[in-house]
Design a binder for this molecule. Structure first.
Ligand code: NAI
Length: 272
């Protein structure tokens, strides 16, 4: 149900690849709540994904940008302000990729060029998009910028390998840039630490089904879905959360504060 929470607001959504993508759901919800949006993704993803379908549903323009390229980001942000008819009120960073995970490298056998790529794509791009937005003076006061994170930033999930460091960096950038952008323009910056979610990026991780089911079992409310993540993101873009900034906000059905559940205790007790 829509509440016009983003009526008159303008924003950029990074990272919608297909209908499973978290960014896809956020784009649809943002539109539903009255926002005007620009969609963006890396040129290769635009060729392979289904973003055109989403653009039609959202009546949105697509502007390609590799999120690691300052030149692409500058073009994207300038053009978005032009197309949307004014400065931006929100941006979603929903981008993650590890060449080490793609190539099934274990944590003891990482390729360091790929490690740097993981960090650049999945974390530094968050800094880059904010630095470009600041330099272009593209954000409105009380704007809101959200990145998507995962609890492997704080706890060990072995198959998440170098993405754990990328997420820790992403969350740290949210704090540091949140301080800076808050002082400069009252812009807030947060990360949402989301439950495991069945998407292209999620399912690319070895053993994903096991930790999806584990988290679902352990969380008193079960895993949060992509649609629920979109709802939460909309609240952060809205004026209802104007003093929330520099936070890593867990959106995980309670998983992050659990030790063990009755079901898992029973399962372990029955194991000889
Ligand atoms: P997804 O695969 O649909 O989205 C990842 C996006 O990153 C894709 O659209 C891809 O094209 C984009 N991307 C990769 N390299 C890029 C580049 N150089 N420039 C611009 N875009 C680029 O998967 P999902 O799950 O929707 O991922 C979105 C975010 O949510 C990621 O940051 C991911 O780490 C995070 N997340 C996902 C969870 C999951 O279990 N799926 C759990 C917690 C966080």
């Amino acid at each position: 149900m829509a509440h016009n929470l983003l009526q008159g607001k303008r924003g950029i959504i990074f990272g919608a690849l297909d209908e499973n993508s978290i960014a896809w759901k956020v784009a649809l919800r943002a539109k539903e709540e009255g926002a005007s949006i620009v969609l963006t993704n890396a040129p290769i993803a635009l060729r392979m994904g289904k973003i055109k379908e989403l653009a039609d549903l959202c009546n949105a323009e697509i502007i390609p940008a590799d999120a690691t390229s300052i030149e692409d980001l500058t073009n994207l942000i300038n053009k978005s302000v032009e197309v949307l008819g004014g400065k931006l009120d929100f941006m979603l960073h929903s981008i993650g990729m590890s060449p080490n995970i793609r190539n099934e490298k274990s944590y003891g056998d990482l390729n360091y060029d790929w490690f740097l790529k993981t960090l650049d794509i999945s974390a530094l791009s968050f800094h880059k998009m904010m630095q470009v937005a600041e330099k272009q003076d593209a954000m409105n006061e009380y704007g809101s910028i959200v990145g998507l994170s995962y609890i492997a930033a704080q706890r060990v999930f072995p198959h998440y390998t170098d993405m754990a460091q990328a997420k820790a960096t992403l969350e740290s950038i949210a704090r540091s840039y949140g301080h800076r952008f808050g002082k400069l323009k009252k812009v807030r910056v947060n990360t949402i630490s989301q439950s495991p979610t069945m998407t292209t990026a999620g399912q690319g991780i070895d053993g994903f089904d096991a930790f999806y089911n584990f988290a679902d079992q352990l969380s008193p409310l079960g895993n949060a879905s992509a649609d629920e993540c979109a709802d939460y993101t909309i609240t952060l873009f809205s004026d209802l959360t104007r003093k929330v900034t520099m936070q890593n906000l867990f959106h995980d059905g309670g998983f992050s504060y659990m030790g063990i559940s009755e079901e898992l205790m029973e399962m372990m007790a029955n194991k000889k």
